[in-house]
Ligand binder design. Structure first.
Ligand SMILES: [Zn+2]
Ligand SMILES: [Zn+2]
Length: 115
């Protein structure tokens, strides 16, 4: 029994000195195994993250790009403008400038058609 304890203490002690080692985890999303690399573990430890990643890199990237797409949607601002052709209030996706004529969508398509 004493031997067993000694072994445990030894491994624990060594653990403090041990560099991080690649670890195989299972992705929560796709169920595939992926490697939580030593470098990533170090990064996590540095950042103070306590949880291991639950998704593989692919799924994480996918989620990231999905979030980016979502957050970019409402960022498209519309500016109030007055149509230079018919004088109607309209909205444009860019900041209106005085040196450029602004057209409402109706007039814009009309102008485009005549060109
Ligand atoms: Zn995955
Ligand atoms: Zn107009």
């Amino acid at each position: 029994m004493k031997e067993h304890i000694d072994v445990e203490v030894k491994t624990k002690k060594r653990g403090d000195f041990l560099m991080f080692q690649d670890k195989v985890l299972v992705c929560k999303d796709c169920g595939r195994e992926f490697v939580f690399t030593a470098g990533e573990q170090e990064f996590y430890a540095e950042k103070g993250f306590k949880n291991e990643p639950s998704r593989c890199k692919e799924c994480r990237d996918q989620r990231k790009s999905m979030q980016r797409r979502d957050s970019s949607k409402p960022r498209r601002e519309l500016y109030d403008a007055v149509c230079s052709a018919c004088g109607q209030n309209t909205k444009v996706p860019f900041r209106p400038r005085n040196d450029r004529p602004i057209y409402c969508s109706d007039c814009f398509s009309k102008i485009k058609a005549t060109n």
